[in-house]
Design a protein around this ligand. Structure first.
Ligand SMILES: *Cc1c(COP(=O)(O)O)cnc(C)c1O
Length: 340
């Protein structure tokens, strides 16, 4: 199957499977797992933070960040399209008693800092206490401009807020701009990153921050059932995600550009090249095409996509140029066969 639904579908590499089989492990709840400790030390160094914490998922890393920055009755500001507002089951409210204050995202993925300013609550018992600004980079495959990050950082500082980055795909943002990851993460008090997306680890994310912050997060991780025992089996693959897979993301971005160029040649599709900055390609189907029928037809030809009139196609390690040729030919054909 050629699976374009997400970069979460990537299979672990042979080297990862080997490393998992041979990993030295211990009880990580006791802090005894050497491989988890190596992963966390490596990440802290790469991202330029005091401490790092291995988590079961990106959702868990974000929730730990929100619960470690905010307390009951506090509030975080984030984009209306933010993953940690829209796609994480309302976890901050459900489990943290923390109120989200979503703010409209601009078409480039940023949130206007004047809008953020207007949403900060006065210090008055009618309101939740505004504590945190949370950004996402990349967001919908878009890269937040570096000068925007600098502005957001000083904005947060000037307003007494902490600033968190949902950096599930921050490595994509770094590679696409030819920057080190720390050139992006430098602007934040805390960062989460997914190792199980384009970086190909089977499981796991990281949360980064100060030593105090990570100690609070470790406590909440235990509360949430995320204290794992011989987790070095997973950390062994996660280490290789950081050492071997970051630079490789450039291939995913090249493949996304190639897919974009080929899709632009299909007259029936509407594609906006400005939206293709990393590993996500978007294309709008014409009204007369049935997205569900199209997706089913593609599936029968060995291609998986989410059925939607606004197609999101994600490139990753297990997609090559030959696959893209096949996809483009199939889409061209399927558009003709699946009118409403
Ligand atoms: C995937 C993703 C997450 C959550 O990661 P999971 O490991 O799937 O829980 C968080 N934020 C963003 C922006 C993501 O894309």
């Amino acid at each position: 199957m050629i699976d374009l639904r997400s970069d979460t579908v990537t299979q672990p590499t042979a080297a990862m499977r080997q490393a998992m089989a041979n990993a030295n492990v211990g009880d990580d709840v006791f802090g005894d797992d050497p491989t988890v400790n190596e992963l966390q030390d490596l990440a802290a160094e790469m991202f330029c933070f005091d401490s790092a914490l291995f988590t079961s998922s990106g959702t868990q890393a974000n929730l730990l960040a929100l619960m470690s920055h905010c307390e009951r009755g506090d509030e975080y500001l984030c984009g209306q399209q933010a993953h940690n507002y829209k796609f994480e089951g309302g976890g901050a409210a459900v489990l943290g008693s923390i109120q989200p204050q979503p703010i409209a995202n601009q078409s480039d993925g940023t949130i206007n800092l004047d809008d953020v300013k207007a949403a900060i609550k006065p210090d008055d018992f009618h309101f939740a206490r505004t504590k945190l600004l949370s950004l996402e980079n990349t967001i919908g495959g878009l890269i937040l401009p570096q000068d925007y990050l600098a502005q957001a950082q000083s904005f947060a500082f000037n307003h007494g807020l902490k600033i968190h980055l949902d950096g599930a795909r921050v490595a994509n943002a770094a590679v696409a701009q030819n920057l080190s990851i720390s050139a992006i993460t430098d602007h934040f008090d805390s960062v989460s990153i997914c190792l199980s997306k384009g970086l190909c680890a089977p499981v796991g994310s990281l949360l980064l921050g100060s030593e105090d912050f990570i100690n609070r997060a470790r406590r909440w991780r235990k509360v949430l059932g995320g204290g794992m025992r011989q987790a070095g089996i997973l950390a062994a693959a996660a280490k290789l995600a950081l050492t071997d897979q970051v630079e490789r993301l450039a291939e995913d971005h090249e493949n996304a550009q190639f897919l974009l160029t080929e899709l632009e040649k299909i007259d029936e599709l509407t594609v906006d090249p400005t939206q293709v900055q990393t590993n996500m390609v978007f294309a709008d189907l014409p009204d007369y095409v049935d997205p569900k029928a199209l997706a089913l037809d593609l599936k029968q030809r060995g291609i998986l996509i989410y059925p939607s009139s606004h197609l999101r196609l994600v490139t990753h390690k297990d997609i090559n140029q030959q696959d893209i040729h096949k996809v483009v030919t199939a889409i061209k054909d399927c558009i003709k066969n699946n009118t409403k």
